[in-house]
Design a protein around this ligand. Structure first.
Ligand code: ATP
Length: 294
């Protein structure tokens, strides 16, 4: 569904250039639900905005389904945004209309797109658990319920890809769990591919695959050891940690480059150069033997 290779995004303003993505590699299969984590400023939102067609890449490859987002023309981009992607932001509810009902809010973008499908609008509200509240005005709904209406709206155009940027950033942990359950259900039932950007490791731990971005590059990937244990985990008393549940992998690009975590380099006081040895089984990276280089 998504294939990125060497994706670069440079922001230019006056004489300053910011390289937000420095050659990012990532593939996401159709029907996958995964999370992207990373520190503030690592490039997560930039990446999501490119996938959503809200921003243009500077170089590299980025394909979503049949679309090549580097080469796409402006007119096609409008079509891509209308037909392929749905977007959810942290404060999506701000874009909703408080004096309309939940159902009317869902129907509004359908109307703007030229066709209201009331049956589907109702179905969407049912999927997000708001069947009984569909005739309530937005202002009568809680923040979490409004966010669920926003999830419904993101699916109005039957997208094959749903992008969520900090979707639970402004709700409590119970609502956050409910929103994740809705994503999982949508992913299973309608097969929509879901990419969630988050700071929250606990939230990230609820999906099978988590990719960490550092300084505009994919650095580490975490894969759930046993996805099927999730249900058991929910029922059991023992709350396992993210590390217990996930296997951690370092990501190598096509030519074998990898990012060594800064904490490791600091701990070994490696700065600029290191010695690397292969002992037949392992690759060992150490501070340079020549002290002058250390
Ligand atoms: N429109 C822009 N113009 C100039 N620089 C930008 C622009 N948008 C983002 N940046 C810069 O690109 C880098 C990556 O920003 P981005 O918002 O993608 O990070 P992020 O990982 O989503 O951070 P956060 O978690 O804080 O939202 C940052 O250094 C940011 O300052």
């Amino acid at each position: 569904m998504i294939h990125c290779e060497g994706l670069v995004k440079i922001f230019k303003s006056d004489n300053v250039e910011v390289v937000a993505l420095q050659g990012l590699n990532l593939s996401v299969g159709a029907g996958e639900m995964m999370a992207i984590i990373g520190n503030s400023g690592s490039g997560k939102s930039t990446f999501l905005n490119i996938l959503g067609g809200l921003d243009r890449p500077s170089a590299g490859q980025v394909r979503v389904g049949e679309w090549d987002l580097l080469k796409i023309e402006d007119k096609q981009l409008v079509e891509y945004k209308r037909k392929t992607v749905g977007f959810i932001w942290q404060n999506n509810a701000r874009n909703l209309l408080p004096y309309l009902t939940a159902l009317e809010n869902i129907e509004m973008p359908m109307m703007l797109n030229g066709k209201v499908d009331r049956g589907y609008a109702k179905q969407l509200l049912e999927w997000v658990g708001l069947k009984d509240r569909m005739h309530n005005k937005l202002q009568q709904l809680s923040g979490g319920e409004q966010q669920r209406v926003a999830i419904g709206i993101s699916l109005c155009n039957h997208p094959s890809l749903l992008l969520a940027d900090e979707p639970t950033g402004s709700v409590d942990s119970q609502t956050s769990d409910m929103i994740m359950d809705i994503f999982r259900k949508l992913n299973k039932e309608i097969g929509v591919t879901i990419v969630i950007v988050t700071h929250d490791m606990e939230l990230a731990g609820k999906v099978d695959r988590v990719v960490a971005i550092r300084d505009g590059l994919t650095s580490t990937e975490f894969i759930k050891r046993n996805p099927n244990l999730e249900e058991l985990g929910r029922l059991s008393e023992h709350k396992s940690t993210f590390e217990e549940e996930h296997e951690e992998y370092v990501v190598l690009d096509r030519v074998g480059r990898l990012q060594v975590p800064k904490a490791y380099l600091d701990a070994l006081q490696i700065n600029g150069k290191a010695s690397m040895e292969f002992d037949g089984e392992k690759i060992v990276i150490r501070p340079p033997k020549n002290e002058k280089l250390a």
